[in-house]
Write a protein that binds this ligand. Structure first.
Ligand SMILES: [Zn+2]
Ligand SMILES: [Zn+2]
Length: 570
């Protein structure tokens, strides 16, 4: 016996022993064999989970259900040439191969009249909408409420698409949404386009789909009706009705059978299959790119409007797939029409504010990606802090200019400066903030960006005039201290203990009693008067521009390395 065959046998034995490990047959034509979803959770969690109390099959689902199931339930071995015959689901396989062959035979041997063509197209949309508006948006997602007559109509329409019962279809689809891109997703797109399109129906599922509650559907009389009469219904809706309409209508029995029944069925099948394959493969991740669903017009076109699948996986209970009026979503139009004629109510819509958030998040992510590919100026915290005197000293040997409190080495730009070399040369060793920001010329954003790349240091105090201001403050502080010391000496005599403390407390006032400005006083107002406001407030992308104040220098890593004060210009 081969290793793979042994694995299969072991797996099958486990299936008999452990109810939770059953892999039920799933095919497109026969209704499920009264599959009990709850067995999955019960069988899985026999050792730890409490007894099921709720009426929901996932009522006692453990928090680590996905990882636990993937670990504990072995998947069937991969399908290979040597085991393929034993792994095929023959009912689905036969339907999915015979119908296209029959359609091809019919197309090459049967005349297509205009009436039959129109009827076939109509019946294609009739079946397609049964799946999209009925099976999918109504029963799998509960995105609106349908009146009983509409439910019956949708059940018959959906039956004509020959895609299994509502019960089976909706249960699989709920698992697809809950376990997207994991092995518990019955048609996981991570297994490739072919698998998600039809491979998952042609061979036996490698795993049982993850648990999904359908207790609401079990109570539905329309679903029960369809379930009970499934076989006669698919024969009538799938084949007999499209044939007899063309037969009795315009005497085209053969055309009715080959075009409206068989070829139409093949188109509807692959149209729906594209929602699982193409919609997880082609297009944009407009709202979230963590998983495979995508938005694309072509997918919408071939799936009766189910092509905005990224949106759909984000907002599965929204009755729309397309949010904009100009996007193709006939299923949405159909549901809205049903509402207008009073057959549908409670159409669910996610708030536009939440929908827009998804778009904005993806736009920001794209911009961040673009930004991370560019090089940006050094952060001020990674530049050395330089005193005004050191800056001036070094300016004698290299072209350094202060703008915005940053020291720039403009040597590479002297000859490239659009305004001419002389304008730069005249400002070496100086603070050119005012000139740069509109005093001489209001430089462009591009100029701001380029300038920021030339940073070699941060000026201690930020601006030349701030330095002057600091010096002025220091002088005032010293004078005030001296004056109050002499007053104190006069009052209590030399050497008195209170003298020093009195001097310290009055040091916040100047000699004339007015308060001394804060030590880290920013730029004096006079310096700002010629600065172009827009240019001054420009923030180079990728960095929040901050004018350094003395108090912030402690955070500067280079300053810390250099004992907290100044460092060497880079
Ligand atoms: Zn999907
Ligand atoms: Zn869905």
């Amino acid at each position: 016996m081969t290793e793979a065959a042994e694995q299969v046998l072991t797996h099958r034995k486990q299936q008999v022993l452990e109810p939770g490990l059953r892999t039920p047959p799933t095919d497109t034509i026969s209704p499920p064999q009264s599959e009990d979803e709850s067995s999955s959770v019960k069988g899985l969690a026999t050792d730890t989970a409490p007894k099921k109390k709720s009426g929901f099959s996932d009522g006692d689902i453990p928090d680590d259900y996905v990882t636990r199931t993937l670990e504990r339930e072995p998947a069937l071995p991969p399908v290979q040439m040597k085991n393929i015959l034993g792994e095929i689901q023959w009912v689905s396989f036969t339907i999915l191969t015979v119908t296209p062959l029959l359609a091809l035979y019919g197309i090459f041997t049967t005349h297509l009249s205009m009436k039959t063509f129109a009827w076939s197209v109509f019946y294609y949309f009739f079946s397609g909408l049964g799946i999209t508006a009925g099976y999918h948006r109504l029963w799998a997602h509960r995105s609106y409420v349908a009146t009983r007559p509409l439910e019956y109509l949708l059940a018959l329409m959906g039956t004509s698409a020959v895609q299994g019962s509502i019960h089976w279809w909706a249960r699989g689809h709920r698992a697809h949404h809950r376990y997207t891109d994991t092995d518990l997703d019955p048609y996981g797109a991570h297994h490739g386009l072919l698998w998600s399109h039809l491979g998952w129906m042609i061979v036996k599922p490698r795993r049982k789909p993850g648990v999904a509650d359908i207790s609401d559907l079990r109570k539905n009389p329309v679903i029960k009706f369809q379930h009970k009469l499934y076989l006669p219904l698919i024969l009538f809706m799938g084949f007999i009705l499209p044939t007899i309409v063309a037969g009795f209508g315009w005497n085209d029995w053969r055309g009715g059978f080959y075009y409206a029944a068989v070829a139409r069925l093949v188109f509807v099948h692959h149209s729906t299959f594209c929602v699982n394959s193409l919609a997880h493969w082609l297009g944009e991740a407009s709202f979230d790119n963590k998983m495979t669903p995508r938005d694309h017009f072509i997918t919408a076109l071939v799936t009766v409007g189910e092509g905005y699948h990224n949106f759909h996986h984000q907002f599965p209970m929204d009755y729309r797939n397309a949010v904009y009026w100009h996007q193709y979503d006939p299923t949405k139009w159909f549901i809205a029409t049903m509402k207008m004629v009073g057959l549908a109510t409670h159409l669910k819509k996610f708030p536009d504010n939440e929908v827009q958030k998804g778009r904005v998040a993806m736009s920001l992510q794209k911009i961040n990606d673009q930004q991370s590919k560019l090089s940006w100026p050094k952060n001020y915290n990674d530049l050395p802090v330089i005193s005004w005197d050191d800056f001036q000293e070094e300016s004698k040997t290299r072209p350094l200019i202060v703008i915005h409190g940053f020291i720039h080495d403009v040597s590479s730009f002297m000859d490239e400066h659009p305004g001419g070399r002389h304008l730069l040369a005249g400002r070496i060793g100086k603070d050119a903030t005012v000139a740069f920001n509109g005093g001489l010329y209001a430089h462009s954003n591009a100029a701001h960006n380029l300038l920021s790349m030339m940073r070699v240091g941060v000026l201690d105090g930020g601006y030349q005039l701030a330095i002057d201001d600091i010096k002025r403050t220091e002088r005032a502080r010293a004078a005030a201290a001296a004056a109050s010391a002499s007053v104190a000496a006069g009052a209590t005599g030399p050497g008195a203990a209170g003298g020093a403390s009195s001097a310290a407390s009055t040091a916040t006032e100047q000699a004339d009693g007015t308060p001394i400005p804060e030590y880290s006083t920013p730029i004096p107002k006079v310096e700002e008067r010629n600065i172009d406001v827009k240019a001054r407030s420009y923030v180079p992308p990728g960095q929040v521009y901050t004018i350094l104040k003395r108090g912030e220098l402690k955070a500067n890593s280079v300053a810390q390395k250099n004992g907290g004060k100044v460092g060497r210009i880079l």
